[in-house]
Design a protein around this ligand. Structure first.
Ligand code: HEC
Length: 149
């Protein structure tokens, strides 16, 4: 009996934690999404350098970067929890006012990175540049609307 009660209590507590989502402190959520965007940028910038001939094009590395970008693309958006427009962040409060539009932009971004990953596997430079450009438009479009500076 006692053991069952303890088990039940811990299960209920687990539920309570999960119901709040991954974060319950804005600071953690902000650090998490910024770190994810940092990884996104590293992968994206390296692909850009290859496309602009600032470093030699290596199709295998490019394809791996594109795959990693696609894997990372949804990660930051778990960090946009309610109330996390406050703190050391460039995220504008508008995100939480236009939440469905922001989420739609995030989904478009995820889709664009998936397409880039798929096209990169082909090794066709023209198609890769085009898909890369489409991803870049998603970065810019969202930043212009929802990120400070
Ligand atoms: C749907 C919206 C959205 C998309 C798409 C998006 N970002 Fe962002 N990005 C943001 C917001 C909002 C912030 C501000 C986060 C904060 O400071 O809490 C941000 C922050 C950043 C940062 C700064 C992180 C830090 O350390 O403070 C970098 C770098 C970045 N984004 C790169 C990119 C790149 C590169 C892409 C495209 C490959 C991209 N982002 C796509 C919304 C977006």
């Amino acid at each position: 009996m006692k053991k069952a009660a303890v088990l039940l209590t811990s299960l209920l507590m687990m539920g309570a934690v999960q119901a709040k989502g991954a974060f319950d402190v804005s600071e953690d959520a902000i650090a998490y999404r910024q770190a994810a965007f940092g990884l996104i940028k590293e992968n994206f910038a390296d692909m850009g350098a290859m496309l602009k001939n600032k470093k030699p094009m290596d199709a295998a590395i490019f394809a791996e970067r594109a795959q990693h970008l696609a894997m990372l693309s949804a990660i930051p958006f778990n960090g946009f929890i309610a109330g996390s427009d406050q703190g050391k962040t460039d995220a504008l409060a508008k995100i939480w006012q236009d939440r469905s539009e922001f989420d739609a932009k995030a989904e478009q971004f995820v889709a664009a990175t998936a397409e880039l990953a798929q096209i990169s596997a082909s090794g066709d430079p023209k198609a890769m540049a085009k898909a890369f450009g489409a991803v870049g438009k998603n970065c810019k479009g969202c930043h212009q609307q929802y990120k400070a500076d």
